[in-house]
Design a protein around this ligand. Structure first.
Ligand code: GRF
Length: 204
């Protein structure tokens, strides 16, 4: 019942999963210099690097990545700041057992620079989303969302920091629900068994 976490950088969401005591068997990065690798290794978690630069095509990279993931026979693959576009073959292989955390209230603001775009759009509520990964970028069935008010004097950095705080709350929760078999999917909608809420509303 283990989890393999994929990262590309800082790894704070990965850190939150470790902090929550989730059964992470390995952390894999597409970049050797991802800061999160040292954090994971320091906690005795197996780390691996599969460099996208060493592969000529997305398909070849995804195949190498899948081979490495599968060595750990995870129940779940958790993307945590993994900055690669995945091929349809890869997303199909981990269908309904791969989660991602995205820093916006999807379906608003898929893609990059979400906090800047939220401020530019003048939205008054922003946040983050944990969703199942499908072939369409930042689009799969939504497991949990955290809503954060946008304050009058916000800039992208301050807003990002408050959203990140909530990412660290909801991602471990979503992974736990998955491992406990509490998530069911029907018609593209995720239902949660039991009494927890799939929405967190942050006070600030
Ligand atoms: C987070 O904001 C996450 O939502 C997004 O990339 C960022 C990764 O941060 N997908 P970290 O590496 O987990 O600190």
């Amino acid at each position: 019942m283990s989890v393999v976490v994929l990262i590309s950088g800082r790894g704070s969401n990965m850190g939150a999963l470790l902090e929550a005591g989730l059964p992470v068997s390995a952390v894999i990065s597409n970049r050797a210099d991802a800061e999160g690798l040292a954090l994971a290794a320091g906690r005795g978690i197996a780390t691996r690097v599969v460099e996208h630069r060493r592969h000529a095509t997305r398909e070849a990279f995804d195949a190498a990545l899948a081979a490495e993931i599968d060595r750990f026979e995870p129940r779940l693959v958790a993307l945590a700041g993994f900055m690669r576009i995945l091929t349809p073959g890869f997303t199909a292989r981990y269908r309904e057992r791969m989660l991602n955390i995205h820093p916006s209230l999807l379906p608003a603001f898929p893609g990059l620079d979400t906090h800047e775009r939220a401020l530019a759009a003048g939205v008054k509520v922003h946040g983050c989303t944990v969703h199942f990964v499908t072939a369409e970028l930042d689009h799969g069935p939504i497991v949990v969302q955290a809503a954060v008010p946008v304050l009058a004097d916000d800039n992208a950095a301050r807003l990002a920091a408050r959203v990140l705080e909530q990412e660290h709350v909801v991602y471990p929760r979503a992974v736990r629900w998955f491992l406990d078999g509490r998530l069911t999917l029907g018609n593209g909608v995720v239902h949660l068994k039991g009494r927890d809420a799939q929405l967190v509303v942050a006070a600030r």
